[in-house]
Design a protein around this ligand. Structure first.
Ligand SMILES: *[C@@H]1O[C@H](CO)[C@@H](O)[C@H](O)[C@H]1NC(C)=O
Ligand SMILES: *[C@@H]1O[C@H](CO)[C@@H](O)[C@H](O)[C@H]1NC(C)=O
Ligand SMILES: *[C@@H]1O[C@H](CO)[C@@H](O)[C@H](O)[C@H]1NC(C)=O
Ligand SMILES: *[C@@H]1O[C@H](CO)[C@@H](O)[C@H](O)[C@H]1NC(C)=O
Length: 383
């Protein structure tokens, strides 16, 4: 259109547009607008300049980590089948590590202070299985590894979510040039990507915000948040915002990544030394540097990106200790919107759309999306 206008008219238009744009920019940065929008201290919103290409390897079959382990009891073939198929439709592969039964453990093999007869049996088996996973990371000298539990579930858009998470991570670390061979970097100890919930320091002012994220579940369908809610919420009041931050705490170990450095530190603190708590709480204490413990470097998204899945049916099937609980429950995937497992039948038959397990309950998540056309939103570093 513009190219068909006489040159003079075009020039006038261009000048008017330029003036308008400068006016808006000047009043935005110098005028009252900024104060009204951001009443806090001086905030800096930064868009990461990291291109998708630099993070390509996140789309490979180990999600950009060097390896992926999944932990599960050998005899829970039902859980192994479901996780393997779910990972396959999502384009990644796991190596199975056997879960540990408490009766396989000897008192003398436990760290000092760990009393087999005082600890809840399930908790001690779980602790040992995670220690074995960390052990394997070191034995194989992996620079990074993701560790999943056998009930883990994730959004069908996991790869795009992880790419933006990585961008957040690099922004928080001040790294503008990630190596293609290490799309998450290796200068951290733990990425608490999947769990029940996580939280930053209550005085934390630096974070990465991804507003209007359709894969964020509504408040009633997600874990509770223990972050510095008020100051961050003042800037991002919408419940559809996902945050990425330096984590002070976390819980549940559905899916987390470690570096070699992290595996060494956690294995030392939890297996050579001892923290008298279930494995997730113990790792959380390390992230917070509680007591006289050396703080390890943890990062997490809220809401989490990896949740846990329960098939419709009796409750006793969920747990690895058969307690005969016959309560029947519906299918549910905690913290997820477009759950891979809830959509498994559509995904294996190459259907074009997937469903939100919550239907149309939140205004920012359509009840149905086309993953091939889905564009995951970009975030900002807030400093
Ligand atoms: C473990 O606790 C039990 C019960 O309190 C006690 O009898 C036992 O001596 C403890 N074992 C160790 C190795 O501390
Ligand atoms: C995926 O990418 C990461 C990061 O470059 C790399 O360490 C890993 O070996 C790759 N996985 C596969 C299966 O190629
Ligand atoms: C938050 O407080 C802790 C001490 O309670 C301090 O070490 C840390 O530097 C503070 N962080 C920020 C971002 O102010
Ligand atoms: C969501 O709302 C749209 C439009 O009202 C409707 O067509 C669709 O069937 C709804 N989806 C679900 C899962 O309820």
């Amino acid at each position: 259109m513009i190219s068909q206008l006489p040159y003079k008219t075009y020039k006038i238009f261009a000048i008017i547009i330029a003036l308008c744009v400068s006016y808006i920019l000047v009043s935005f940065f110098l005028g009252d607008t900024a104060d009204t929008l951001w009443p806090q201290q001086q905030l800096h919103f930064l868009r990461s300049g990291i291109r998708d290409g630099a993070l390509d390897h996140i789309f490979n079959t180990t999600l950009g980590f060097e390896h992926i382990y999944a932990i599960g009891l050998k005899e829970r073939t039902d859980k192994r089948d479901f996780l393997t198929v779910s990972a396959s439709v999502s384009g990644f592969e796991v190596e199975w590590l056997d879960g540990v039964r408490p009766q396989e453990l000897q008192q003398k093999a436990l760290p000092k202070g760990y009393n087999l007869s005082l600890t809840e049996p399930n908790a001690i088996g779980c602790w040992r299985a995670h220690m074995n996973a960390l052990n394997n990371v070191l034995l194989n000298s992996y620079s990074t590894a993701l560790i999943l539990e056998d009930d883990a579930d994730w959004d069908v858009n996991i790869k795009s979510q992880l790419r933006e998470f990585a961008r957040g991570l690099h922004s928080l670390k001040g790294n503008s040039k990630p190596s293609k061979q290490a799309p998450y970097g290796t200068d951290w100890d733990l990425l608490w990507i999947g769990g029940c919930a996580s939280g930053p320091d209550t005085n934390e002012t630096q974070y990465y915000a991804i507003p209007d994220d359709p894969t964020v579940p509504s408040v009633q369908h997600r874990g509770t948040w223990s972050g510095p809610l008020d100051s961050w919420k003042a800037i991002f009041p919408e419940d559809s915002t996902r945050f990425v931050y330096r984590a002070r705490e976390g819980c549940c170990t559905y899916g987390y990544a470690v570096t070699k450095r992290g595996a060494r530190k956690i294995l030392t603190a939890l297996a050579i030394d001892h923290i008298d708590a279930p494995v997730d709480n113990a790792m959380s204490e390390l992230c917070g540097g509680l007591g006289d413990r050396q703080r390890i470097e943890c990062f997490a998204p809220f809401p989490n990106l990896i949740g846990t899945y329960r098939q419709a049916g009796p409750a006793y099937k969920d747990s690895d200790i058969n307690n005969g609980d016959q309560t029947i429950h519906e299918e549910i995937s905690y913290n997820m919107v477009y759950s891979t497992r809830c959509n498994i039948h559509r995904l294996i038959s190459d259907e074009e759309t997937v469903f939100s397990q919550w239907g149309n309950d939140s205004s920012w998540s359509p009840g149905e999306i086309r993953p091939k056309e889905f564009v995951y939103p970009r975030g900002y570093l807030i400093n």
